[in-house]
Design a protein around this ligand. Structure first.
Ligand code: GCU
Length: 683
């Protein structure tokens, strides 16, 4: 097996010879007129891919009387007398693949709305050829549904990655920026292949050293990273420390309304842009989990974000302001505070107050990237503000890249959720792409899951989540299955057994993980701090505001208006009613919204306690089955990947049993209710 874990989905192994025949005639010549870094990278990629298929693909700078591939932007086609009439149809990052006729010859044309469009078009062709898609289905006109498709790296300059499960940072080491950029280039290439167009290189928690990334000390090196990314159509962003004027600027305040502070940030922006003319902007975690922010000065989030946005505006930069703001010093005895309500309570009153180059970045769920949460109600509520979706690819609460958990179904659920903000059909995906409320900017962001591990993601199958994120951010209408199939084909080839084994495995992995961990939307139950492994009361008496309230009679958080925290009122009707009413609240979120007795009957007909037992036994059985299925693939995929994945399935099965037994025993001890099926529960 050629290729390795390192190549991910860019292995370029022939999948289906028959399909290939349809393309081959075009592959002898690549005609390209422009000569600039992005186009040259596109050409290099195509050459690399085609070298696996034809002996010697030639790159020409002029048209030729032969079948060929012609890649370029609209003006390149016009200059060859090929009028494609796509001006109104192609967005700048969009592309079209067409067969055009020229002097009786066929020209397989990749037409980009811009150079980035060309690059994405080339990767589309490559994906199709090596994914076994026939030519007719490959021809298309495609535009991104989200203009911003950004990865957030929670990388610290000491080389550690917060919530990283795939080794050390590829950007930083020993409090400096790495000097060998080859891995970053390989990363840029991977990201361009899934049309990611922005990268925040440092952690949202900006510590002392990272605060200096916006100074002369580090900007020359940040600029080198930006150069690498730029050539793949990717903009570089930085997370900033709101208290920078004090911490590194020598000012006595970071008050956003202070003239000295405003000037300090304007000067900082001017410096950054002198190094990086297309710098993307700032990502800001402020007044959240002990990070500084405008509250210290009696100002609000809009004051803080707008001050920064004015500094970036002259250069076209944006401020991405996170809404992950809540009281993390709650007294667990105090039942009046509900963390789930915090984002809405903090930001809804500010709708319309943000300048137009500010974007709010909102986590998909109101708590924190749990295996099951409802959608954050803020998505239907900010009618006059740009919002981005924030997902978490790194599997903090979803198995830490030891367990298999394909997250695309979870993300799709969020994007397909109907907020009813403007009546039926007001899907979250329309909110975040800007179309529902006519926002200036729209996008989907995710916390990256890569590090310097050989396969980038620790668990080789976790590559599917990175791949899936990019594909979904480009087109949220792709199905979880389509994305899974694409990824499996490109990563492992078209062997039917591999496809029939790995695709279903991916698709059910999230449900399996949910089964043996925390039930019915309640979340947490993890060990504090590192968040791995079961600990039902791990956060029950802590200050983080994440409780399940299990006692001997029942479990769950009453978030109703009638008798609980009133959280359900943050949704629009009929969503609010659906959650408020225990009869219409979906089973899988029951304990998120309601406190119920263990004998409460679910729509499935089972009691809550029996559901807990059943799912925990079943989850382990299904995890074991995944492991068994994987073993049948020995010899069909590279040994390297086979062994690496098997090692993780072994861990998953052992740890799933731990989850099962801890959770079942906990509830058995609380309730004294026996399992109807008499299975082993430790007393
Ligand atoms: C979670 C995570 C933190 C992270 C935070 C955030 O709480 O555990 O590591 O900093 O989210 O999103 O800011």
């Amino acid at each position: 097996f050629a290729g390795s874990m390192y190549d991910c989905w860019l292995r370029y192994e022939i999948c289906d010879e028959k399909v290939l025949d349809e393309y081959k005639d075009y592959f002898k010549y690549i005609v390209v007129k422009k000569d600039n870094p992005i186009i040259n990278n596109a050409v290099d990629e195509l050459k690399k891919a085609l070298s696996k298929l034809v002996d010697d693909a030639k790159v020409l700078r002029h048209m030729i009387e032969s079948d060929c591939i012609f890649i370029g932007t609209l003006d390149d086609f016009e200059s060859e007398g090929l009028y494609v009439d796509l001006e109104d149809e192609l967005k700048s990052e969009g592309f079209a693949l067409k067969i055009l006729k020229r002097n009786g010859k066929n020209v397989l044309s990749i037409i980009g709305g811009s150079e980035k469009g060309v690059l994405y078009g080339v990767f589309h062709l490559i994906r199709s050829v090596f994914g076994g898609k026939n030519l007719e289905d490959t021809l298309c006109i495609e535009n991104p549904q989200n203009d911003f498709r950004i990865l957030n790296h929670w990388d610290n300059m000491d080389g550690n990655i917060e919530r990283g499960y795939a080794g050390k940072s590829i950007f930083f080491r020993d409090n400096r920026i790495v000097q060998d950029f080859s891995r970053i280039k390989d990363y840029a290439r991977l990201l361009a292949s899934i049309a990611v167009n922005g990268v925040v290189i440092n952690n949202v928690n900006v510590h002392q050293q990272e605060t200096k990334l916006i100074t002369d000390e580090f900007l020359p090196d940040v600029a080198k990273i930006a150069d690498v990314f730029r050539n793949y159509g990717i903009k570089t962003y930085l997370s900033i420390n709101f208290a920078s004027p004090v911490e590194i600027g020598g000012l006595s305040t970071a008050d956003p309304l202070d003239d000295g502070v405003k000037k300090w940030w304007k000067d900082a922006a001017s410096k950054i842009y002198s190094y990086i003319p297309d710098f993307g902007g700032f990502l800001v975690k402020a007044d959240s989990e002990f990070r500084p922010g405008p509250f210290t000065y009696g100002r609000n989030h809009a004051d803080g974000a707008n001050m920064l946005s004015e500094a970036l505006k002259p250069y076209g930069g944006i401020v991405i302001w996170r809404t992950f703001v809540y009281n993390c010093m709650v007294d667990w005895r105090d039942r009046s505070t509900d963390r789930a309500k915090a984002a809405y309570d903090n930001f809804k009153p500010l709708d319309g107050k943000f300048l137009d180059n500010v974007v709010l970045q909102v986590k998909n769920g109101p708590m924190d990237f749990q295996i099951r949460e409802p959608i954050t109600p803020l998505f239907g509520a900010m009618e006059k503000t740009n919002v981005f979706m924030e997902f978490q690819i790194t599997q903090e609460y979803t198995g830490q890249q030891k367990h298999l958990c394909y997250l695309v179904p979870l993300w799709k659920e969020a994007l397909d959720f109907d907020t009813f903000a403007k009546g039926e059909g007001s899907f979250v995906k329309k909110v975040v792409n800007g179309s529902l409320f006519g926002a200036r900017y729209g996008g989907i962001v995710a916390v990256a899951n890569v590090g310097d591990s050989e396969c980038w993601t620790g668990h080789p199958l976790a590559q599917s989540n990175l791949y899936g994120f990019g594909r979904l951010a480009w087109n949220p209408d792709l199905s979880s299955r389509e994305i899974a199939e694409e990824w499996v084909r490109l990563t492992f080839g078209c062997d039917k057994d591999v496809l029939d084994t790995v695709v279903p495995m991916l698709l059910e992995s999230r449900e399996i993980y949910e089964e043996y961990t925390s039930p019915l939307g309640i979340g947490w139950m993890v060990n504090p701090g590192h968040h791995y492994g079961p600990n039902v009361d791990g956060y029950e008496y802590s200050h983080w505001g994440t409780y399940h309230y299990a006692d001997f009679k029942g479990i769950g958080v009453d978030r109703t208006v009638a008798t609980g925290t009133g959280y359900t009122a943050q949704y629009k009707e009929p969503v609010a009613k659906m959650y408020e009413n225990i009869d219409t609240c979906p089973d899988e979120l029951l304990l998120f919204f309601h406190h119920v007795p263990y004998s409460h009957k679910l729509k499935s007909g089972k009691t809550v306690i029996q559901h807990i037992y059943d799912t925990h036994f079943e989850g382990v059985e299904r995890a074991e089955k995944m492991r068994d299925a994987w073993i049948t693939l020995k010899g069909k995929i590279s040994d390297e990947i086979y062994e690496a994945v098997l090692e993780r399935f072994d861990i998953q099965v052992v740890d799933a049993k731990e989850w099962r037994d801890v959770v079942n025993t906990y509830f058995y001890r609380k309730t004294g209710i026996k399992d109807e099926h008499g299975r082993k529960i430790y007393e």
